[in-house]
Design a protein around this ligand. Sequence first.
Ligand SMILES: [Fe+2]
Length: 100
Amino acid sequence: MEEQYKKIFTEKDESEVGEKHVPVVELVGDAIKVNVGKVEHPSESGHFIQWIEILDGDISLARVYLTPFMKPEAAFTVKENPENLKVRIFCNLHGTFQYG
Ligand SMILES: [Fe+2]
């Protein structure tokens, strides 16, 4: 297991940090839309979301890498919705947060 997965915060984290990091997931047709945080996470050179990943259980389906020039969001088109959808994001300062 990767080092960065050792500490994973979930949607139960209602702290100020959680508000800006826990993925907000929306299913729209055959797309899984992900925004990072109820309150949009910053995208600055020293603090940004490095990746957004969707999983079915513990199996990674796709991961999108971002830079400080990108908004902290992504959309994934799937053939069928995963049975056990999880979404993970990684912030370069605050670590990994998970939906599901
Ligand atoms: Fe952060």
